[in-house]
Design a binder for this molecule. Structure first.
Ligand SMILES: NC(=O)c1ccc[n+]([C@@H]2O[C@H](COP(=O)([O-])OP(=O)(O)OC[C@H]3O[C@@H](n4cnc5c(N)ncnc54)[C@H](O)[C@@H]3O)[C@@H](O)[C@H]2O)c1
Length: 433
């Protein structure tokens, strides 16, 4: 343990990052920038090639930034797992989706753990970063690793340290976000904390177990899921009552304590908030416990795209137009502004519903060039403001920065704005959702 601690502190430890996505790539880049020899491992050949060629596929990391660490080979990417044998530390950043029945799919964690087990050696530290239910580190990973005959806390070290990155957030960048680390034993926690102190500028908080760290991450995301769903539900009522929810939120925000603003959206998207809480509600059933807040919030969230489409239908109807045959431009398919991630975004539901209803749908997104809906692969149109009049309706699902939304309102026939992108309330052709 002392030897490993010294290696980590002196930056002599070699570190493998498994999964080079939104979490793994920034992690690998920051580790190498901090001076650690880093091996990125991903089953996706294209990503491995891109990393080695210094070509970033994530907006938070520029290609120049990536090149700096790949050209001097501080960071190297691999499609196979061989480098685990010579790694002192392994960080697991693989996906944790839900299956089609909304059941946690920890198969990525399991298969990764099996690859690690094949190469597990004395002194190695393994840290799971993927968001998951409390118990995963101890119940899923530990038995796979201990099958090798090596003992945790003595021969190897195992901890959970959730990633809290917020892609696209300019204010809180990767290294400025405090980390929470909980190990199976005290020495596991200590070693895990050391590695994050080696490349994160913010505080590293040690907690008593991986379960506390796992629950911490789910608490954070559940808090957001429930609060955003609550404001979404209120936005629907405000719509019926003729009250502007956006004005209400601005007014409520003036209270200096006890109120945190959450904003309506056409649906909460991304790989975290709409998924992680359901890891917990699944786990809770093992304890004969039903997490009703989470289930209710999920239900409201899943219904939101349906209300968006209803709003589109109503607005067209007022102009004596049917959805069938109407030309509709979807503005933004990413799940939030200024990022290229469209996972779980409202656009999937809205687009497929409108297509099914016979609308002639096109989309524009400066960050997402291709968008797959069922069997259709759509391509973003090139935006020209003078062409807006060609559409019967423009539906703003993502308020990407850098556009003059007032101009868009002026030049469009009808607009449904689900993000309050259009600030002026003078436009009679706009419906704020
Ligand atoms: N995206 C976010 O904003 C965010 C924030 C915090 C936490 N998380 C959590 O981090 C985890 C990863 O999320 P992400 O957004 O980076 O996912 P991602 O899909 O962007 O990246 C995961 C990567 O893992 C690779 N992969 C899959 N199976 C693999 C295997 N067996 N071996 C090696 N590589 C494999 C994939 O090819 C992909 O490149 C998830 O648990 C997620 O909930 C994500």
């Amino acid at each position: 343990m002392k030897l490993q601690e010294e290696k980590i502190k002196s930056k002599k430890a070699k570190i493998a990052v498994i999964g080079l996505g939104y979490v793994g790539l920034p992690t690998a880049v920051e580790l190498s920038k901090a001076g650690y020899r880093t091996f990125g491992i991903d089953v996706n050949k294209e990503k491995v090639e891109d990393v080695n060629n210094g070509k970033s596929y994530i907006s938070d990391i520029t290609s120049d930034e990536l090149k700096k660490v790949t050209e001097n080979q501080t960071l190297q990417a691999f499609e196979n797992f061989e480098k685990l044998s010579s790694s002192d530390v392994v960080l697991i950043c693989v996906p944790t989706p839900l299956d089609k029945n909304k059941i946690p799919d920890v198969s990525y964690i399991k298969s990764t753990s099996k690859e690690i087990a094949k190469r597990l050696h004395k002194g190695q530290l393994i840290v799971l970063e993927s968001s998951t239910y409390p118990g995963t580190t101890r119940e899923v990973i530990l038995p796979i690793l201990e099958e090798t005959g090596l003992k945790v806390g003595k021969d190897f070290f195992l901890a959970f340290c959730p990633e809290r990155i917020d892609p696209g957030n300019e204010k809180f960048k990767f290294i400025d976000i405090p980390r929470v680390a909980g190990g199976i034993t005290e020495s596991c926690t200590k070693l895990a904390s050391e590695i994050y102190k080696g490349f994160i500028q913010a505080e590293v908080v040690s907690v008593s177990s991986p379960e506390v760290a796992e629950m911490t991450k789910i608490l954070e995301n559940t808090y957001r899921l429930i609060n955003i769903s609550m404001i979404n539900e209120l936005s629907l009522l405000c719509g019926k009552m003729g009250i502007d929810i956006w004005e209400v939120i601005e007014a409520a925000k003036t209270k200096p304590y006890g109120f945190t603003a959450f904003y309506p959206s056409p649906k909460i998207g991304g790989h975290c908030i709409p998924l992680d809480p359901f890891y917990l509600s699944w786990k809770a059933k093992e304890y004969n416990f039903w997490l009703r807040f989470i289930e209710l919030a999920g239900e409201i969230n899943e219904q939101m795209p349906h209300y968006v489409v209803t709003n589109v239908i109503s607005l067209l109807n007022k102009q004596q137009k049917s959805v069938k045959g109407s030309k509709i431009l979807i503005w933004g398919v990413a799940y939030k502004k200024d990022i290229e991630d469209a996972r779980e975004s409202a656009a999937y539901n809205v687009l497929s519903d409108l297509l099914k209803k016979g609308a002639d749908v096109k989309y524009f997104d400066p960050c997402v060039m291709d968008f797959k809906v069922g069997a259709n692969i759509l391509k973003s149109i090139e935006y020209k403001s003078e062409k807006l009049k060609e559409y019967d309706l423009v539906l703003i699902l993502t308020d990407h920065s850098g556009f003059d939304y007032d101009e868009i309102a002026k030049k469009s026939n009808l607009v449904v704005d689900t993000r309050n992108a259009i600030k002026s309330r003078q436009h009679k052709n706009v419906s704020w959702f």
